[in-house]
Design a protein around this ligand. Structure first.
Ligand code: KG4
Ligand code: ZN
Length: 349
C-alpha cells in the first residue's frame, strides 16, 4: 500500500508518502517527505501564534503536497489512502490538514485514515527498529506536550501522567527568551549550555521525590526569572547578562528539566513493569537528554528507543502509523472531525 500522510497540527506543514505491505510487519519505506517550517513567521512573537500558523498552513499545504508527490515519483492516483493528523493540536492548523485530506479523498475516491499526533511521535521510533517497539512506555516531550503513556500496541495508549502546566519544550522556549536567545529556544539553550556550569544554579525539580508521573515546569521558569532579575523581582528584560552567565543559567536550567524527564520516564517503566521505553517529540532531540536517558536506561536494564533526530520535531513520516490503521481496516468517514485537546483519552480505534 502507498499512503500520503499530512501533518499540520502546530507550525510545520508536512507531507510524506510511505509504502508498506498490506499485511504483516514488513519495513515501511519512505518514498518522499517534505516539511515546510513556519519558524520565521513566529520568531518575532517568540512562540507559535495559532492564527498566523493556520493562515500559513492554508498557503503551504497544496505546494507541499505537490512537491511530495513529485519527489515520490508516483502519481496521486497510485495512492491507496490519505492519512491526516486530526488530534491533538491547534484547531485552525488541524482543520487545514483535515480539509486538504478530505478533499483529496473525495476528488480521488480514496479512503481516509486518522493519525493521532502523539501516537505518531512514538511511532517514529518504530521506523528505525527491526523489532516491535510495543508494548512500551511512550514519552512525548515537545513544545506542546510532555506526557507519559502505556502503549499496549501502536494504537492503544493509556495516559499515565504529564505536565500540569508548561510542556518541556515550552519551558525551553520561554527560558530562552529570558536569556535573550532566539526562538525556537530549545536548540539555542542546548547550544549555549555546552559552555556553562550546570551546578552554578540549583533549580527546583518538581515531583522528583514523589511517585506521581507528572511534571511541572512553571516553578522552574520562575526560579530562572528570579535568578536573572534578583530575588523577588521579575523584570529580567532590563538585566544584561554576560555570555558565561547565560551559559551557566542555560546549563543549570537544562539539567533540571532533564533530571525531571529522565526520573519520571524511569519511574513510569518501573511502575508499569514494561521493558521498553520510547521517546519522541522535539525535546527528544536534546543531546543532554538523550545522553542522560541512555545512561539511566543502561543502568536499569531498560530497552530504550529514541526517535531519530530528524523525526523528533514535527514531520509527516511519523504519520506512517496510518499503515497500522490501514492494516486493521480502521478507515474514517468524511465526517471525521478535529480533536484539538485530546491528550488523556485513547484515540479512536
Ligand atoms: O515536536 P515539536 O516539533 O512540536 C510540537 O509538537 O510541539 O517540538 C518543538 C519543541 C520546541 O519547543 C523546541 O524548542 C523544542 O521542541 N526543541 C528542543 C530541542 N530541539 C527542539 N528542546 C530542547 N533541546 C533541543 N535540542
Ligand atoms: Zn509534535
Amino acid at each position: 500500500m502507498k499512503i500520503l500522510t499530512l501533518e499540520s497540527t502546530c507550525d510545520e506543514t508536512a507531507a510524506a508518502i510511505v509504502e508498506a505491505s498490506d499485511t504483516g510487519n514488513s519495513e515501511i519505506g519512505v518514498l518522499a517527505s517534505v516539511v515546510a517550517s513556519q519558524t520565521e513567521l513566529h520568531v518575532e512573537f517568540k512562540g507559535v501564534v495559532p492564527e498566523i500558523a493556520a493562515r500559513a498552513h492554508v498557503e503551504r499545504i497544496l505546494p507541499v503536497i505537490q512537491r511530495v508527490v513529485e519527489e515520490s515519483g508516483i502519481e496521486l492516483k497510485d495512492l491507496d489512502a490519505i492519512a491526516v493528523a486530526n488530534t491533538p493540536g491547534l484547531s485552525g492548523s488541524l482543520l487545514v490538514g483535515l480539509m486538504a485530506a478530505k478533499s483529496l479523498c473525495l476528488g480521488l475516491d480514496k479512503p481516509l485514515l486518522a493519525v493521532n499526533h502523539l501516537q505518531a511521535h512514538i511511532y517514529a521510533c518504530q521506523l528505525e527498529s527491526q523489532e516491535s517497539i510495543y508494548p512500551c512506555v511512550g514519552m512525548i516531550v515537545s513544545g506542546g506536550h510532555s506526557h507519559l503513556y502505556r502503549f499496549r500496541d501502536a494504537l492503544d495508549a493509556e495516559y499515565l501522567g504529564g505536565t500540569i502546566d508548561d510542556a518541556a519544550g515550552e519551558a525551553f522556549d520561554k527560558v530562552a527568551t529570558m536569556l535573550g536567545l532566539p526562538y525556537p529556544g530549545g536548540p539555542e539553550v542546548s547550544r549555549v549550555a555546552q559552555s556553562g556550569d550546570e551546578t552554578a544554579w540549583s533549580f527546583p525539580r518538581s515531583f522528583i521525590h514523589e511517585d506521581r508521573l507528572d511534571f511541572s515546569f512553571s516553578g522552574l521558569k520562575t526560579a530562572v526569572r528570579y535568578a536573572i532579575a534578583g530575588p523577588g523581582k521579575t523584570d529580567f528584560a532590563s538585566v544584561t547578562l554576560d555570555d558565561q552567565q547565560v551559559a551557566d543559567l542555560a546549563a543549570s536550567f537544562q539539567a533540571a528539566v532533564v533530571d525531571c524527564l529522565v526520573t519520571k520516564a524511569l519511574q513510569a517503566v518501573r511502575q508499569t513493569g514494561l521493558k521498553q521505553l520510547c521517546v519522541g517529540g522535539g525535546v527528544a532531540a536534546n543531546r543532554r537528554f538523550r545522553g542522560q536517558l541512555t545512561e539511566a536506561c543502561k543502568e536499569a536494564n531498560v530497552l530504550l528507543h529514541i526517535a531519530p533526530s530528524q523525526f523528533c520535531t514535527d514531520n509527516a513520516v511519523m504519520g506512517a502509523i496510518a499503515v497500522e490503521r490501514y492494516r486493521a481496516g480502521l478507515f474514517e468517514s468524511l465526517d471525521l472531525d478535529i480533536h484539538p485537546g485530546l491528550v488523556r483519552v485513547p484515540h479512536q480505534r
